[in-house]
Design a protein around this ligand. Structure first.
Ligand SMILES: C[S@@+](CC[C@H](N)C(=O)[O-])C[C@H]1O[C@@H](n2cnc3c(N)ncnc32)[C@H](O)[C@@H]1O
Length: 188
């Protein structure tokens, strides 16, 4: 299953430069005032690293993990181009343990594995921030995604009971054929 994921994502990254673009996610940028740049950040399923790089640019010791070696090596090239340092790990998140009490910031964009939710909560230090965004069930109107790959309505808002929700939105944009939920939460 995950070997297939690796091949699938490597093929996508191979056929296009910067699939998700070079710009960091708007939701992350819009909440940068909550991110003081101190300590360690982890970008889960970093892809080509657009958000890992943003975390590094804020001053975090930025770590990213992804199964695609092509995505990760592109992220490292972008980091070099931008004179930033990022730390990367090529790993299958199906078998990944997030270090506990280790991160001041955890980012997860457009990757959903509910088995990681508990580890994400435990991985944050007190005061640490989670920024998460991915597709919701409304996205099924626009894609051939399977239901288990998308969030249910309101699911993300209550997915991390140990965290305090600071901001949350659910968006359905027919004009862009996308629908997603976004969360910012803090570990008290
Ligand atoms: C839609 S991309 C999102 C990339 C990045 N977060 C962004 O928003 O630009 C999903 C990412 O999940 C990664 N991925 C998929 N399955 C994975 C797995 N089992 N372990 C680690 N990474 C995985 C893919 O390689 C891909 O880079």
């Amino acid at each position: 299953m995950s070997l297939k994921d690796k091949e699938k994502w490597n093929a996508k990254y191979d056929s296009s430069t910067c699939l998700a673009g070079r710009e960091p996610s708007r939701w992350l940028v819009d909440h940068a005032d909550l991110l003081d740049g101190r300590g360690k950040a982890l970008d889960i399923a970093m892809g080509e690293g657009r958000n890992t790089l943003f975390a590094a640019s804020l001053g975090y010791e930025a770590w990213g993990v992804d199964i695609s070696d092509i995505g990760v090596s592109r992220a490292q090239s972008l980091a070099r181009e931008n004179k930033l340092i990022i730390h990367t790990q090529i790993a299958d998140l199906d078998h990944f343990k997030i270090d506990e009490d280790a991160y001041d910031l955890i980012i997860c964009f457009y990757f959903l594995d509910r088995r990681l939710f508990e580890g994400i909560q435990k991985g944050l230090k007190a005061g640490g921030i989670l920024v998460f965004e991915t597709f919701t069930v409304d996205y099924l109107k626009y894609s051939g995604f399977k239901r288990e790959w998308v969030l249910e309505k309101s699911e993300l808002r209550s997915a991390f009971p140990e965290l305090h929700v600071l901001d949350y939105q659910e968006v359905d944009e027919p004009e862009n054929e996308t629908a997603y939920a976004s969360l910012v939460a803090r570990k008290e």
